[in-house]
Design a protein around this ligand. Structure first.
Ligand code: NAI
Ligand code: MG
Length: 503
C-alpha cells in the first residue's frame, strides 16, 4: 500500500550495494519512507572491507513519537480485521519475502558480515517460514466458555495489547524481528521496531516489502542508537508491550523502564549453552554437531552458541583433534562469496571484546589455544573484521571464558568423568538458554535433559530456533517464550472475561 514514490526498486535486486544506498537515511513510518526529523544519519559499514555502504536515519524521541502515534491509530482498524484475514495478510507477506530471499540474504551479509551461503540466505528463508507459520494461526486466537451458573454465559476472548515496541540486536536481525512482528501482527497489535545500529538495512527492506500488503501504520521501523531511540520507544505511554532481544545488561534497563509503566515485557538475553558429549556418542555426527552447535558459520555470534563443551574423558583428546581439523577445513572469506563458510565479526567493538577474551584465555596458566582455519588472503579484505576461531583446552569453570557470553568464535572444551559432575558444571551458570547432550544412552540423556537448567535441551542435534517450538531461557537468559502459538497467545494478547446474565 505504498502511496508515495520511494527510492528502492520494487523488484528483487542482486545489487546489494545499490540497494543499501537506496535504503539510506530513512525510517519506515505510517506506510512510507521518512527521514529522521533531526536530519541526522549514521554510518552503516561493511565489516568485510571497512567501507561505508549506507547512512541510516538516526532516530530520536521525535521519530519514535511519530511512529508510535501512527501505529496507535492504525491498530484500531487492524484489531477489527477478522483474525484469519490478518493471518492471511501476514501469510501473503511471507510469500513476498520469499521472492526477495536472495536479495535479503545479500543485504544482511553486507551489513553484518555473515556468509551468504551458510548464514544470511538461510536466515532470509527462515524469516519467510516464520511469517508463514504465524500467518496460519489466526483462528487459534480463541477463548473458552467457562462454567459459572445456569443462565449465565461466561466466556473468555483474546484481545490484542495495542502498540508493541520491539527492540532487536544485530546478530540475526531479520529472524529476531520476525519472531516478534509475526505473532504481534496476527494477534491484532501494531508494531514499532527499533533496529540494531549495526544492521538496520535488511529489516527496513522487509518492512517496506510487507507494507505493500499490510495497511499503513501497522508495521513501522525506526533506526537509531539504544539510549536515544530505543529508550523513548520503551518509555512511550502508548506502547503497551515491550519485546526485547539483546544483552542482559540492556535487558534489565528495558525491564525497569517497562515496569515504570506496568507494561508486560518479553526478554531474550543470550546464554552460555553447554554441549555435553558422552563417550558412547555417534562420534562423527557429534564432531560435526559441535561445529553447528558453536555456530562457527556465524562467528559464534549466537545466543545459543555451544561456547562450553564438556567431553567424557576417554574420547576427549580425539574429539578436540577432530573438531580442530573440521574447523580448519572451514573457509573464511568475503561474506558475499558462495565459497565462504565463515565471514566477519559484526563491528570493531565486538571484535575487540572477542580478542580480549582470547588474550585472557591464552594468558591463563595451563591453557592451550587451538587456533583454527586461516585468515583470508584477498587484499580487498585486509581491513575486514576477520578473526580465526579458537578452541581452548585447559580452562575450567572458574574462567571468564566459561562463565561469560563471548559472542565470538571461541569455545572451551573440558573433560568430565561422570554425569553428576558434568550436570553440576553445566548448571553452574548465570544463564539458562539452551543445552545439548550427545549420547546413545537415552536413559542417561533424558534424565539429564530433565535436570538441566535451560529453556531448550536437544539430544543428538542442536538446531537453531524453529517456528512452532517455544524458545526462551531461564535465569539471566530471559523472560517468556517466542516462536510458538503459546508465545503469540501469552505474550501478544490478554484474556478478557465476558459474562452475560440471561436469567
Ligand atoms: P545491546 O543489548 O546493548 O543491544 C541490543 C539492542 O538494544 C540494540 O537495538 C540497541 O540499540 C538497543 N538498546 C541499547 N541500549 C538501550 C536502551 N537503554 N534502551 C532501549 N534499547 C537499547 O547489545 P550490544 O551492545 O549490541 O551487544 C553487547 C553484547 O550483548 C554482545 O557482545 C552479546 O554478548 C550480547 N548480545 C546478545 C544477543 C542475544 O541474542 N541474546 C544479541 C546481541 C548481543
Ligand atoms: Mg550495548
Amino acid at each position: 500500500m505504498l502511496d508515495l514514490p520511494h527510492p528502492t526498486p520494487d523488484a528483487p535486486t542482486a545489487d546489494c550495494f545499490a540497494l543499501a544506498k537506496a535504503l539510506s537515511g530513512v525510517h519506515f513510518i505510517g506506510g512510507r519512507y521518512v527521514p529522521a526529523r533531526s536530519g541526522k544519519t549514521f554510518a552503516v559499514v561493511n565489516p568485510a572491507t571497512g567501507a561505508e555502504v549506507a547512512r541510516a536515519a538516526e532516530g530520536d524521541s521525535a521519530d519514535v513519537d511519530a511512529a508510535v502515534l501512527n501505529a496507535a491509530e492504525a491498530q484500531k482498524a487492524w484489531a477489527k480485521v477478522p483474525a484469519r484475514k490478518r493471518g492471511a495478510l501476514v501469510h501473503a507477506c511471507a510469500a513476498a519475502i520469499r521472492t526477495h530471499v536472495d536479495e535479503l540474504g545479500r543485504l544482511i551479509a553486507l551489513e553484518t558480515g555473515k556468509a551468504l551461503r551458510t548464514e544470511s540466505r538461510v536466515e532470509a528463508n527462515v524469516v519467510a517460514d516464520v511469517f508463514e507459520f504465524f500467518g496460519g494461526l489466526g483462528s487459534e486466537l480463541k477463548g473458552e466458555s467457562v462454567p459459572f451458573a445456569p443462565n449465565v454465559l461466561s466466556v473468555t476472548v483474546r484481545e490484542p495489547l495495542g502498540v508493541v515496541g520491539a527492540i532487536i540486536p544485530w546478530n540475526v536481525p531479520m529472524l529476531l524481528m520476525a519472531l516478534k512482528v509475526a505473532p504481534a501482527l496476527v494477534a491484532g497489535n501494531s508494531v514499532v521496531v527499533k533496529s540494531a545500529e549495526e544492521a538496520p538495512l535488511a529489516v527496513l527492506r522487509i518492512c517496506e516489502i510487507m507494507n505493500r500488503i499490510l495497511p499503513p501504520g501497522v508495521f513501522n521501523m525506526v533506526s537509531g542508537f539504544g539510549p536515544e531511540c530505543g529508550a523513548p520507544l520503551v518509555a512511550h505511554p502508548k506502547v503497551r508491550k515491550v519485546t526485547f532481544t539483546g544483552s542482559v545488561e540492556t535487558g534489565k534497563i528495558v525491564a525497569k523502564a517497562a515496569a515504570e509503566k506496568l507494561v508486560p515485557v518479553t526478554l531474550e538475553l543470550g546464554g552460555k549453552s553447554p554441549m555435553i558429549v558422552f563417550a558412547d556418542c555417534d562420534f562423527e555426527k557429534t564432531v560435526s554437531g559441535a561445529l553447528t552447535s558453536m555456530r562457527f558459520t556465524r562467528q559464534g555470534q549466537s545466543c545459543t552458541a555451544a561456547s562450553r563443551i564438556y567431553v567424557e574423558r576417554p574420547i576427549f583428546d580425539r574429539f578436540v583433534a577432530e573438531m580442530k581439523k573440521a574447523v580448519d577445513a572451514m573457509v573464511m572469506g568475503d561474506p558475499l562469496d558462495e565459497k565462504t563458510d565463515i565471514g566477519t565479526i559484526v563491528s570493531e567493538g565486538q571484535l575487540e571484546k572477542v580478542r580480549a577474551y582470547i588474550a585472557e584465555g591464552t594468558a591463563t596458566p595451563g591453557a592451550t589455544a587451538h587456533v583454527c582455519s586461516a585468515m583470508p588472503t584477498d587484499p580487498a579484505l585486509k581491513k575486514g573484521l576477520f578473526i580465526q576461531p579458537v578452541i581452548f583446552t585447559g580452562l575450567d569453570n572458574s574462567s571468564r571464558l566459561v562463565r561469560e557470553e563471548i559472542f565470538g568464535p571461541v569455545t572451551v572444551i573440558q573433560p568430565f568423568d561422570d554425569p553428576e559432575t558434568v550436570l553440576a558444571q553445566a548448571n553452574d551458570s548465570e544463564y539458562g538458554l539452551a543445552a545439548s547432550l550427545w549420547t546413545n544412552n537415552l536413559k542417561v540423556g533424558l534424565d539429564l535433559a530433565h535436570r538441566l537448567e535451560a529453556g531448550l535441551v536437544q539430544i543428538n542435534q542442536n538446531l537453531v530456533v524453529q517456528a512452532n517450538l517455544s524458545y526462551g531461557g531461564v535465569k539471566s537468559s530471559g523472560l517468556g517464550k517466542e516462536a510458538s502459538l503459546e508465545a503469540m497467545l501469552e505474550h501478544f494478547t490478554h484474556k478478557k472475561t465476558i459474562m452475560v446474565n440471561m436469567a
